[in-house]
Design a protein around this ligand. Structure first.
Ligand code: GTB
Length: 217
């Protein structure tokens, strides 16, 4: 069975692995499933053919023989449930790992995306300088809470899981800022995850798209 995902033809992040196809690639690498990638331009993402797969006209999508998924939370959960490697044995441990996936998306990513939005879209607004510290404070608050929970542990709850994959994918969005600097255990956590061979393969695959597009154009 062929798995096909979609990704940016020209990712605005220039191969830094910040677009959300990266987390799907990483999950597929962790479970050892080969996949194909259909690259889309921004215009193609808004055409009916893609909107039939993704109602919001975004990447990534995930296609298997019988169905298509959108939303990386749903995609990663599906991969983790379908193939061994990303969820622990036992109903309670699995539920806790899934809880961390939701925490990553609903509790950590939300203020981080808000901060990105403020920086990217609102920097010319007269209230920008006042709003920025408040939004940074909300991110710091969550980082502090996460850092205290992680403590000296290697992963969030036992062995590496889909919860860690999602959490790290959210935290990497802060690497271009100094916000992680006060949390050495979170920096080490991200580094540990990025050293996983599956992460490295996924990162190299998305970077290869950027490299190929740059040399073609
Ligand atoms: N909630 C959805 C999910 O988790 O799947 C969010 C999907 C999403 O935001 N997709 C983005 C997209 O398709 C790409 S990843 N955007 C185009 C559009 O909405 O028209 C977000 C992203 C884009 C660029 C960078 N970057 O340049 O650094 C980082 C992240």
């Amino acid at each position: 069975m062929t798995i096909t995902i979609t990704a940016f033809e020209n990712s605005p992040d220039k191969g830094r692995g910040l677009a959300r196809d990266m987390r799907v690639r990483w999950a597929l690498e962790e479970v050892g499933q080969p996949y194909e990638v259909r690259l889309l331009s921004f215009a193609q993402m808004k055409e009916p053919a893609h909107l039939a797969l993704h109602p919001f006209g975004q990447i990534p999508t995930y296609e298997e023989r019988e169905f298509t998924l959108f939303e990386t939370g749903a995609i990663i959960l599906h991969i983790a449930e379908r193939y061994p490697g990303l969820l622990p044995e036992g109903a309670a441990a699995r539920a806790r790992a899934i809880t961390w996936m939701f925490a990553a998306l609903n509790t950590m990513e939300q203020p981080i995306v808000e901060l990105e939005t403020v920086r990217l879209l609102e920097s010319k607004e007269p209230w920008y300088e006042q709003r920025l510290p408040a939004v940074q404070g909300r991110v710091r608050n969550r980082l502090g809470q996460l850092s205290r929970r992680l403590g000296n542990a290697e992963w969030l709850d036992g062995g590496f899981s889909a919860g860690d994959l999602m959490m790290v994918e959210v935290l990497v969005r802060l690497e271009s800022s100094s916000l992680l600097d006060d949390y050495p255990n979170l920096i080490a956590y991200v580094a540990r995850a990025k050293a996983r061979p599956a992460f490295e393969r996924a990162f190299a695959a998305q970077l290869a798209v950027f490299t190929a597009q740059s040399s073609a154009g």
